[in-house]
Every structure is written in C-alpha cells, then in structure tokens.
Design a protein around this ligand. Structure first.
Ligand code: NAD
Length: 432
C-alpha cells in the first residue's frame, strides 16, 4: 500500500538537499522553500440545472525573479493547495534549467471536469479568470493547460482576460488552439525535446544512435513524438510502446521484431488514446502485459506515461543492456530506482530537464503573441533544439564538474540561476 506523500513536503525536501550541497545561505534558502504569493478563491457557477455551485480555485506564484510566472491550471477532484505549491516550485526549477526567462506558477480548481457540461466548463474557466485577472498577464503570470484542461479552455480564458483588460491579449495564456494564438510545433515539442536530450546524452556516452534500441512506456502526446523522433531524427529502433486500453481497463505493451512503426500506431489510436488491438495484431504486433515494456532488450528506456512506474519492483526486470533513461514523464522514477541507476552506472536525463520542451515552446508561443508574428514549424523546432541542447550540456557540465548525479546537477543549475537573478535584482539586500 503506497503511503500518502505530500508533494509539497517532497519538493521542499529535494530543495533542502540541494541547498545544502550548494551551501546556500539559510535566509536565501528560506525564501525559495516557500512560494512568494498564493491565491485561494471561490468561483460561483450557475449550473445547467439552475442551481448555484461554488468551486474552490487556486493560483500559486512560487518565484518570479527570472521573469513572469509560468505554469498550468489543473481541473482535478483531488487538487489541494499543497499540490499546487509543489507544482509551482517545480516550474521555477524547470524554467530555470531550460534557461527561459520565466518563473514558476501553477493553478487549479477542485473539480472533476468530466462531470461538467461544455457551458459549465466555460463558466468555470471564465470565473477563474475573473477572480485572478489583476494578478495574471503576459508580464505577470502566464497560465497554460494541464491535467483536465484543454486548448479550447485556454481560448475561453484568453477571451475573458482580453474583455476585462479591454484589449486583445493572446500572451496571457499559452497552449491555445492553432488559429487562436497557438504555436506550430507545440504538439511535437515535448517528445522531440526528449529526443534532443537523448541525442546529446548519446554523444556523451559514445553510443551510436543508429544501432540503439529504445523501449517506451506510454503512447500519449509525449511518447508518440519521442517514438517518432527516435526513429526519424536519431535513426534508431523502438522495440515497443505501451498504452492504457480504455475497453479492457489495463495497459498493454506493443512490440514487433524489427521495431515498431510509430506513425502506423499513431494512425490506429482512437480519440481517447487507445491503440486498436485488432489492427495492431493484423500488422504483426505482439501484445503483452503493460509492464513488459521495461523488460525489453534496449539501450534506452523512455518512461513517458505516469509517475512512479520505474521503481524497486520494475527495475529488477530491466535488461542489463540499458545504459540511458530519459524521463519523458514527470516523476517516473522513485528514489529506489535512483539508487539502482547509480549502482548500475545508468545515465539519467531527469524529468524537469528531459521534458522541458513543452514549457519552452509555450514560452515561444507567448513570444510570438507579443510580436504578433508567427514562426514556421521548422523555425520553432530549430529554436527548441538549440534551447534543449544548451540546457542538457549546462547540466552535464555541472554533473562532471561537481561529480554529482544528473538529477542533483539539474537542481544545482536551476537553483543557482534563480539565486543569481534574485541577487542581481537586489532582492537579497532590500527585499522585494
Ligand atoms: P497523455 O495523457 O497524452 O498520455 C499518457 C499515456 O500514458 C497514454 O498513452 C496512456 O495510455 C499511457 N498510460 C497510462 N497508464 C499507463 C500504464 N499503466 N502503463 C502504460 N501506459 C500507460 O499524457 P502526455 O501529455 O503524453 O504526458 C505523459 C507524461 O509526461 C505525464 O507525466 C506528463 O505530466 C508529462 N509531461 C507532459 C508534457 C506535455 O507537453 N504533454 C510536458 C511535460 C511533462
């Protein structure tokens, strides 16, 4: 039985460990252990049945020394202030490690969005903005979609903000639909970003990408483009992907002797993300249990589904061939898995570096909104590659210089950058 973990306590513990390694001044550490600002508010919505229902909303702004806060809004029934605090803190580190000029924010509403009609969802999105509009904005805090929210919902939020401030302001939220202020390349961004960091790690480890095999967990947005990128950008082979099947309510692994064809699998995924098993079988795919992905003979593992799937149990089943783990998902590896990687000399690209392609392209979206000039998909992906390559190499340099594990090195790079920005702005002398 998994013990209940408070995510904010976890975020603070991770920070404390690195603050100690960096020998941070205790006062400076105290500034960064907590968010700078927190908003909790009530949102009344007239429901379709005529009743008035009141929802609990949040926004947490962890630190904006490096630029406007940035981070998603989650609609989830188990949302808590501590979850939002933790996610806002992690966004500060993610933006800093990717070296984009943004801080860390996160927001949410306690609600199961599947219980709402389209009109009720729109009212709730607009209500969240009416509660927060004075404290968000392109120079202030820029929300984005997250669990339970969609590009359409970001479109409604942008519209509500624009009405309230009296001018079209597309840069107030990112993750908007294409044609409604969204950026080309956002769909591919996180998966391709994973692949750019894998390419750099392979150079460091002297691995030949064309002779390498990857095993991927998941077949959602991140995993799909990581699989396509591994084949088309790196010239490697993908042994398998796994996918949750909504009909059978369990996950399955799909493999093929000569490697999977990610574009074919993408063509047989339904609108809810389930692979058509019959079509896969007819095309020669072997279908096994969802956990089988981690047992495959592979050089690279890319967990890109959910948190905690690479753990004390599953690492026991890993092939000894694995040299590299690229964390596409947020928090896929447990502390026990980290110990296993260290003991077995497996190189890890930590999640908030590996999957930073999404927030980097969100940043590109707000830059394009500000300019009112839009780049081609190739331009977006080229700029993304430059950013991800630089971010990876900054972390690798820190890991080599300080002789630390990549995850610790990523935290060290991120925290040092935020501290430096606070120093340069004089916050550590006069307050803010
Ligand atoms: P998604 O919902 O599109 O895909 C999730 C995938 O995981 C689906 O294919 C689902 O079938 C699969 N899955 C669920 N349970 C599984 C199980 N038990 N075994 C195997 N597969 C399972 O989500 P996504 O956007 O691809 O996000 C995946 C992860 O990446 C999450 O941790 C998310 O927080 C993180 N992430 C996503 C982005 C982004 O831009 N999409 C950015 C940063 C981080």
């Amino acid at each position: 039985m998994a013990e209940q973990i408070n995510p904010f306590e976890m975020a603070q513990k991770q920070f404390d460990a690195v603050a100690k390694q960096l020998k941070l001044d205790p006062g400076v550490a105290e500034v960064l252990r907590w968010p700078m600002r927190e908003y909790a508010f009530r949102i009344p919505v007239r429901m379709d049945d005529g009743s008035l229902k009141v929802f609990q909303g949040f926004r947490v702004q962890h630190n904006d020394a490096r630029g406007p806060n940035k981070g998603g809004i989650r609609f989830a029934s188990d949302e808590t202030l501590d979850t939002v605090r933790a996610l806002a803190t992690w966004m500060t580190w993610k933006c800093a490690v990717a070296d984009i000029p943004l801080g860390g924010g996160k927001g949410g509403i306690i609600v199961d969005p599947s219980t709402l009609s389209t009109r009720e969802k729109e009212e709730l999105c607009r209500g969240w903005v009416r509660a927060m509009w004075r404290n968000i904005g392109p120079r202030n805090d820029v929300p984005a979609p997250d669990v339970g929210t969609t590009p359409q919902m970001m479109g409604w939020m942008m519209d509500e903000y624009s009405r309230l401030v009296g001018q079209y302001t597309p840069g107030v939220v990112t993750g908007k639909p294409l044609g409604g202020g969204g950026s080309l390349g956002r769909t591919e961004a996180t998966g391709y970003g994973v692949i750019y960091t894998v390419r750099e790690a392979m150079k460091h480890l002297k691995m030949d990408s064309k002779k390498s095999v990857a095993a991927i967990q998941g077949f959602g947005n991140v995993a799909q483009y990581a699989a396509i990128g591994f084949v088309e950008i790196l010239g490697g082979k993908v042994a398998c992907v796994s996918c949750y099947d909504r009909h059978e309510k369990k996950a399955f692994t799909y493999s093929r002797k000569d490697g999977i064809d990610p574009r074919f699998l993408l063509s047989i995924v339904d609108e809810y993300g389930t692979i058509d098993k019959k079509k896969a079988q007819d095309a020669g795919y072997i279908i096994e249990d969802g956990d089988a992905w981690i047992t495959k003979e592979a050089d690279v593992l890319i967990p890109a589904a959910k948190e905690g799937t690479v753990n004390a149990d599953t690492t026991k089943k890993m092939s000894s061939r694995v040299k590299l783990v690229a964390e596409g998902a947020n928090g896929p590896s447990t502390p026990e898995a980290d110990e296993f990687f260290k003991k077995n000399n497996i190189f890890v690209i930590p999640d908030f570096l590996c999957n930073a392609g999404g927030v980097t392209t969100s940043y590109f979206e707000s830059v394009q909104n500000d300019m009112n000039f839009y780049w081609t998909k190739d331009e977006v992906l080229e700029k993304l590659d430059t950013k991800m390559t630089q971010a990876f190499n900054d972390v690798l340099d820190m890991a080599v210089k300080e002789k630390v594990y990549m995850r610790d090195a990523a935290y060290m790079v991120a925290i040092s950058r935020v501290v430096k920005a606070m120093e340069l702005r004089g916050w550590l002398n006069a307050g803010w």
